[in-house]
Design a protein around this ligand. Structure first.
Ligand code: UDX
Length: 484
């Protein structure tokens, strides 16, 4: 008879997100959802992100109540002062590939993470873009789940890149009418996808472009993991998920993660917590400014954590905003403006009457505020989901990557707003703001409310995201071989 096992080993997950605001934000939500489910969590970030989390968030004190949670960091191989936004963000991935792999392997092998009775790491959750983590997991015999913190609709496009190349739809020229040509090789998107809606890196006259190459093998890469965790919900992206499932059968759609956590902790989806995962200092003074504005009268403007604008583009947005005569709350990060980086004095002065500018806002709280009636966004996936949950219609000005796809879905598929991609003109900005905030306000709010309701339903008992999280927790627990 086999000997009875006397010591129980507990499930211990190492979460290793991409070192970007949106990814850190959503993965910290997942970390807390797993901690609530009695799973030990090591949250591994780069030293650069670690310093910012300690400086600007209450992550350490907030997670104190979870005895199995540990925040840990390793180097991304770049000096601290190296720029990590705008066009330079890819340098970070290249550097991590070469520098962080051996550090990760050493960390997992040295026993340091097991201290405090947490036991060895039994499972890794890492971003699918960091394939070196899967190599390490395989070498050490640890289960691995991939997560993608960008949108499934864009992932579906990445999965189809080989088909696009085979069909001759890629590469294409960025001059002439090519950007408006319909794209037919992405299953389920034949009726609305155009060249300009593909991720920005597809605008290349050669398929040897390094980013096309990086994303071309996405589906093979994702299939190496035991499952794929996605921050979305089935009612939003059903047909798209079918396309992804063809390559990765085991998908866990458990989003929108930020609201999922609120529902688990507080039993409500409305904004109640004061927890923040911001890597920058939030300027909360905008909340009292919002308090003094009429119901759904303010357009909130933010282009996320990486996107930059030129001074000319900034001025076009400013004139468009002012000429629309709507009230606006605008996030202009200190590194938002390429070039000299200063906010022009006339913008600061001229904004006092109709608007409010901050360097970084408590965005989830802003979008949940009753005065906010629209969101001029770069269509980052977290921003999009945060807007969806709060029923706020969007005007999209995508910058890169998944954002070009997201903005097309927002306007053409979900009918939650307008897509302003590839233009930056004060007349168009003004026209679109008036359309969303005044002329078609009722129409957009109706579809936004409907989608917000579906999001919340998916997170309720028996809803798709709620059930998928339960399944994920069960599958993670089974990586220990112990049934709880
Ligand atoms: C990046 C990519 O840009 C995006 O396309 C991809 O989907 C994820 O990684 P980012 O630019 O950071 O993300 O945008 P987004 O995904 O929207 O995340 C931004 C996060 O920062 C959101 O969670 C938002 O709430 C938060 N934020 C933004 C603030 O808290 N305050 C702000 O002032 C602006």
């Amino acid at each position: 008879m086999p000997m009875q096992k006397t010591t129980l080993t507990y499930p211990h997950v190492l979460i290793f997100p991409l070192p970007l605001q949106g990814a850190i934000n959503s993965m910290l939500k997942l970390a807390e959802l797993l901690s609530v489910s009695d799973i030990n969590v090591t949250f591994l970030v780069t030293d650069h992100i670690h310093a910012r989390l300690l400086n600007h968030t209450n992550v350490v004190s907030r997670f104190k109540k979870y005895s199995g949670f540990v925040l840990h960091s390793i180097s991304d191989g770049l000096p601290e002062e190296h720029p990590r936004s705008g066009a330079r963000y890819m340098e970070m991935f290249d550097s991590m590939k070469f520098n962080s792999k051996s550090l990760l392997k050493e960390l997992l092998s040295c026993g340091r993470l097991e201290r405090g009775g947490r036991g060895p790491v039994t499972c890794i959750i890492a971003d699918g873009l960091m394939s070196f983590v899967c190599d390490v997991a395989n070498e050490l015999g640890i289960s691995i789940f991939y997560t993608r913190t960008l949108s499934p609709c864009s992932l579906s496009v990445f999965f189809s890149l080989p088909k696009l190349i085979q069909a001759g739809e890629l590469p294409f020229s960025t001059t002439g009418d090519d950007l408006d040509k319909p794209i037919k090789s992405v299953p389920g998107m034949e009726n609305f996808l155009r060249g300009r809606d593909l991720p920005d890196f597809c605008r290349s006259d050669t398929i040897s472009n390094p980013r096309i190459q990086l994303f071309k093998n996405e589906n093979q890469e994702n299939a190496r993991a035991q499952g794929l965790i996605l921050n979305s919900f089935d009612d939003l992206e059903g047909p798209v998920l079918d396309n992804i499932r063809a390559s990765c059968p085991n998908i866990y759609t458990i989003g929108p993660l930020h609201t999922h956590l609120k529902m688990k902790l507080d039993g409500t989806s409305s904004y109640t917590t004061t927890s923040s995962n911001s890597l920058r200092k939030e300027d909360k003074s905008c909340m009292s400014w919002l308090d003094s504005q009429p119901y759904k009268s303010v357009i909130y403007v933010s282009f996320g954590s990486i996107a930059t604008v030129t001074r000319d583009q900034l001025m076009e947005f400013w004139y468009g905003l002012v000429n629309s005569r709507c009230k606006f709350l605008w996030v202009i990060r200190p590194d938002s403006i390429s070039g000299d980086g200063e906010i022009p004095a006339e913008v600061l002065e001229g904004t006092k009457e109709r608007g409010y500018i901050v360097g970084w806002a408590p965005q989830e709280e802003v979008l949940a505020h009753q005065s906010v009636g629209g969101f001029l966004t770069h269509s980052g996936w977290n921003s999009t989901l945060e807007s969806v949950v709060e029923g706020v219609p969007m005007i999209c000005w995508p910058y890169f990557m998944d954002q070009q796809v997201n903005s097309r879905f927002v306007s053409e598929v979900w009918k939650l707003g307008l897509d302003m991609k590839d233009t930056c003109d004060r007349v168009i900005v003004e026209k679109m703001i008036k359309e969303v905030m005044i002329e078609r306000k009722t129409e957009f709010i109706k579809s936004a409310d409907r989608m917000a309701m579906l999001a919340k339903q998916s997170l309720s008992e028996g809803g798709s995201s709620c059930s998928n999280l339960e399944r994920l927790v069960k599958d993670i627990k089974s990586t220990t071989g112990v049934v709880h």
